[in-house]
Design a protein around this ligand. Structure first.
Ligand code: FES
Length: 160
């Protein structure tokens, strides 16, 4: 499915052809589409006469950019040592079953991206999962099921 190039054009117009604003321009595209679609990078390269290779170099250098589509909601399972010994592998397995994807993938409906990290910096709470940055600690498979089977939007409301 193609992307809305008009949105890309509006962003390009906003930043103009100023090389010093190229990073901001890419950040806004990444924020708009939740990743940097190739079509968008090609469009920026054409309109701003910037080599595509240079844009890809920036996109791969900065970790905040994604080159593959991301889901609306990001589920992150900590697989660090402290979480691992407290059952993180079972949590990940259950999350993969519930979401129907493997770690590193995005669901076909574009709702979820599942990933793993090595430590979320709250080891005492392990096993730990974040959903859109919200921490959910001391999980077991039943709790992860409850967490992922309900909408993350309900979850966000509960935390507000
Ligand atoms: S190992 Fe999971 S939060 Fe540190």
């Amino acid at each position: 499915m193609g992307i809305d190039l008009e949105k890309v054009d509006r962003i390009i117009e906003k930043y103009g052809n100023d090389a010093t604003l190229c990073l901001e321009l890419l950040q806004e595209i990444n924020g708009t589409f939740r990743y940097l679609p190739r079509e968008a990078l090609v469009r920026v390269a054409e309109k701003n006469r910037t080599p595509l290779s240079q844009l890809y170099a920036m996109a791969t250098f900065y970790k905040s950019f994604n080159l593959t589509p991301r889901g609306e909601h990001e589920v992150c399972v900590c697989m660090g040592t402290a979480c691992h010994v407290r059952g993180a592998p079972r949590i990940l397995e259950r999350a993969e079953e519930i979401l129907g994807i493997r770690a590193g993938e995005t669901s076909a409906d574009g709702k979820y991206t599942l990933q793993t990290v090595n430590c979320l910096g709250a080891c005492a709470l392990g096993p730990l999962v974040t959903v859109d940055g919200q921490y959910h600690g001391k999980l077991n498979t039943a709790r992860v099921e409850k967490l992922l089977r309900r909408s993350p939007d309900e979850d966000a409301q509960e935390h507000n």
